[in-house]
Design a protein around this ligand. Structure first.
Ligand code: SAH
Ligand code: TMP
Ligand code: ZN
Length: 412
C-alpha cells in the first residue's frame, strides 16, 4: 500500500507520480533468473510539511544491497578523481588533529577511503554489499560489511572511539531508516566532528527533468530545506552546502552538532533559492510530472522512428538510472540491440525488466551502431571526450536530459 505519512516528520504526504511496476534498478539477471524477477510499485510522494520528496513504496534493503551488488564505484575515472578531491579536502581539515578517525557509510569498493588508508589515517568503511566490501578490504581499506544504523554506531564508538568525520556519498538518500542513521552519526561524532555527505540534488532533478534519478535505491530526494528539518530533530545542523557537478547535479552537505560551528551564508542562500524554485510547493511536482510524461512521449517517438528507419541503436551504459527510463518508456530489445557497459558483473546478463542484453564495451567498439542512447548522461563529458571516433564516423548520441536531443561530432 502507498505510504500516507512522511518518513521524516510523519505528516501526511501527497503522491505526485507513479511509474508503475518496476524491477530492482541494479538487478541484472542471468538467463536462469529471468522467470522470477521481483517487481514493486515505483511512486513518489511529497511532504508539504517538511518538504521531503520520497518513495511511496519501499524495497527491502537486503533485496538491493548484497553479495552480487552491481554498482562498482571505481568504474568511472572521473568519479575516482572526484573522490580523491573529496578525501583531500577532508584530510586537509583533519591534518592538525592527532590520530583522527574517519568513518564512511556506503564505502563501496574503497574509492574514497583508500586515500585515507594511503595516508595512514585511522578509517573504517561500512559497506553491506559483500562483493564490493571485499574489493575495498583487498585494497587495504578497513571495511565492515554491515548496514549502518544507530546500533552499529554504538559498536563502532565502543571499539574505535568517537569520529572526527563521518562521510557518505550517494548513500544517505538510500536509507529509509534515516532517523536511526542520523541518531547514530550524532552519537559517533566528536563535539567538533562533522558529517560530510553528498547526494543527487532535488533542485537539479526538477530543473533538468532528470526523472531517471528516481528508482528503488533512491528513497529520498534531498533539498537543503528538508534535510534541515531532519537534522534539527537530532540537534544537528547544516553548516555548509556545496554544489557538485557529478551524477547529474549533486549537493554536498557539511553537518555539525547544533551551535558548534558558524553556518556559511551559502546555507541561507541555497534555502532561499529553493523557495524561488518552488521546491516546497506541491504544484512544482505536478509540473514535474507533466514534463516527465512529455519526455517519455518524445523519447518513445524518437526510438520508434529510428527503429522504423532500420537504424542500429544500442544503449550506452547499463546504469541503475536506465532501469526507470527503459521500463517507464516501454523501451525493448526491439529498440536497442544491446546495452554496452564496462562493468564485468553486468556483462552477459539481461537488463532489469525489459531483459535487453548487456554486452562488453568491446562490442560497441567492434561495430559502431548508428545511434547510442546515452543512459550514462551524467558521465557525458568523459564519454563524449572518448567517443570521438564513433561520432566522426557518423554515429550520434541520443540524449534525454534535460530534453530529448541528438549529439553529433559538431556539438560534442
Ligand atoms: N559511496 C559510493 C557508493 C554509492 S552506492 C559512491 O558514491 O560511489 C551506495 C552504497 O551504499 C552501496 O555500496 C550500498 O551497499 C551501500 N549502502 C546501502 N545501505 C547502506 C547502509 N545502511 N549503510 C551503509 N552502506 C549502505
Ligand atoms: P552510474 O551512472 O550509476 O555511475 O553508472 C555508470 C554505468 O555506466 C556503469 O555501469 C559503467 C557504465 N559506463 C560505461 O559503460 N562506459 C563509460 O564510459 C562510463 C563512464 C560508464
Ligand atoms: Zn515530512
Amino acid at each position: 500500500m502507498l505510504r500516507s505519512s512522511c518518513l521524516i516528520c510523519a505528516s501526511s504526504v501527497e503522491p505526485f507520480i507513479s511509474f508503475g511496476k518496476m524491477p530492482i534498478a541494479n538487478g541484472f539477471l542471468t538467463a536462469a533468473q529471468l522467470a522470477d524477477e521481483y517487481f514493486y510499485e515505483l511512486d513518489v510522494v511529497f511532504c508539504p510539511t517538511c518538504g521531503m520528496v520520497q518513495l511511496g513504496h519501499l524495497v527491502e534493503p537486503e533485496k538491493m544491497f548484497h553479495e552480487n551488488y552491481a554498482f562498482f564505484s571505481s568504474t568511472s575515472t572521473r568519479m575516482a578523481k572526484h573522490f580523491e578531491q573529496f578525501a583531500d579536502s577532508v584530510a586537509a581539515v583533519l591534518s592538525p588533529r592527532s590520530d583522527p578517525l574517519v568513518v564512511e557509510i556506503g564505502s563501496n569498493d574503497g574509492i574514497m577511503l583508500r586515500h585515507f588508508a594511503e595516508r595512514g589515517t585511522r578509517h573504517l568503511g561500512v559497506e553491506p554489499s559483500k562483493n564490493v566490501a571485499e574489493i575495498a578490504s583487498s585494497r587495504g581499506v578497513r571495511t565492515i560489511s554491515r548496514f549502518f544504523d544507530e546500533d552499529l554506531a554504538r559498536e563502532i564508538l565502543e571499539q574505535h572511539g568517537p569520529a572526527d568525520a563521518v562521510l557518505g556519498a550517494n548513500v544517505m538518500c538510500h536509507i529509509a531508516n534515516i532517523h536511526s542513521v542520523v541518531a547514530g552519526v550524532k552519537r559517533l561524532l566528536k563535539p567538533e566532528g562533522v558529517l560530510v555527505f553528498e547526494d543527487p540534488y532535488l533542485g537539479d532533478i526538477v530543473e533538468l527533468t532528470s526523472y531517471d534519478q528516481i528508482y528503488d535505491e533512491h528513497v529520498f530526494y534531498f533539498s537543503v530545506r528538508s534535510l534541515s528539518a531532519l537534522f534539527a530533530m537530532h540537534d544537528l545542523e547544516i553548516v555548509d552546502v556545496q554544489r557538485q557537478p557529478v551524477h547529474g547535479g549533486s549537493m554536498r552537505y557539511v553537518v555539525g552538532h547544533e551551535g558548534a560551528r558558524v553556518a556559511s551564508a551559502r546555507v541561507v542562500r541555497q534555502t532561499a533559492k529553493e523557495a524561488e524554485l518552488g521546491l516546497g510547493e506541491a504544484r512544482t511536482f505536478v509540473d514535474l510530472r507533466e514534463r516527465i510524461e512529455r519526455s517519455r512521449g518524445m523519447l518513445r517517438q524518437a526510438l520508434d522512428s529510428l527503429r522504423a528507419g532500420g537504424n542500429r541503436v544500442v544503449g550506452y551504459g547499463a546504469t541503475s538510472k536506465s532501469t526507470t527510463v527503459i521500463n517507464y518508456c516501454g523501451i525493448t530489445a526491439e529498440h536497442l540491440e544491446f546495452i554496452s557497459d564496462t562493468t564485468p558483473i553486468k556483462q552477459g546478463k539481461r537488463s532489469p525488466g525489459a531483459h535487453i542484453p548487456v554486452r562488453p564495451y568491446a562490442e560497441f567498439q567492434r561495430q559502431y551502431p548508428d545511434y547510442a542512447l546515452l543512459f550514462a548522461w551524467n558521465h557525458s563529458q568523459e564519454i563524449l571526450a572518448k567517443e570521438g571516433d564513433f561520432m566522426r564516423q557518423g554515429g550520434r548520441f541520443l540524449v534525454y536530459v534535460p530534453e530529448v536531443h541528438l549529439v553529433d561530432s559538431d556539438q560534442a
